[in-house]
Design a protein around this ligand. Structure first.
Ligand code: C5P
Length: 218
């Protein structure tokens, strides 16, 4: 029988990550943070001195990422990169390698293998459109650009990172433009996605809406 999948797509700072974690926790389902795979690919290529214009070489790195996930930490070649992959620079580098078709192809089956019983919550940009087109429930989370920048700022500050709000807004806008306008798997809601605007909603309210949608569909 088919494993139930809930996809949550949306731009950076829309609250996807937090909502996905809460919903997965509440349902007791597995979670796939697909953005982390692109962040790790960008970082691994950088550390290996591979130019992002060398698409074949970046794809080769994506195919053989020396990554290890352990509780809430992530290691690349035994180096703890949990914080390093969360910077806005790492997000921007992720979006550059994510525009390479060969990289997306290299990560596709790996992402699909995360669908295991009793279910999966998958968060990203193309979870509902490309990776899990047959998902039971699809959510697309939106929020205004200003609100998204504010949330990312708080998130990075809370991790003890040094951030500049104006620079952050510029980086988020650049990244979103690239994600929305790229040729492969652009950031768009799936035709059958439920679009939720979280700008003036609390996390609890969004989580409740998503859980309602899942319960209705199961
Ligand atoms: O979600 P997160 O901010 O960690 O994603 C980092 C970048 O990875 C995004 O800006 C996007 O370019 C890319 N990404 C993607 N497809 C996904 C998840 C992330 O292209 N499914």
């Amino acid at each position: 029988t088919e494993i139930p999948v809930l996809t949550i797509d949306g731009p950076s700072g829309s609250g996807k990550g937090t909502v996905a974690a809460r919903v997965a926790d509440s349902l007791g389902w597995h979670i796939l943070d697909s953005g982390a795979l692109y962040r790790l690919t960008g970082l691994a290529a950088l550390k290996a001195g591979v130019d992002y214009d060398d698409h074949a070489a970046v794809a080769e790195i994506a195919r053989h990422l020396p990554v290890r996930f352990e509780a809430d930490r992530v290691y690349l070649d035994d180096e703890d990169v949990s914080l390093e992959i969360r910077t806005e620079t790492a997000g921007n580098n992720a979006s550059r390698v994510a525009a390479i078709p060969e990289v997306r192809a290299a990560l596709l089956e790996w992402q699909r293998s995360y669908a295991r019983p009793p279910g999966l919550v998958a968060d990203g940009r193309d979870m509902g459109t490309v990776v899990f087109p047959g998902a039971r429930v699809k959510i697309f989370l939106e929020a205004s650009a200003g609100e998204r920048a504010r949330r990312r700022y708080k998130q990075l500050k809370d991790k003890g990172m040094d951030v500049n709000l104006a620079g952050l807004i510029a980086e988020i806008e650049e990244r979103d433009q690239r994600d929305r306008n790229r040729k492969v798997a652009p950031l768009v809601p799936a035709d059958d996605a439920l679009v939720i605007d979280s700008t003036s909603k609390t996390i609890d309210e969004v989580v409740d809406l998503v859980l309602q949608a899942v319960r209705k569909a199961l």
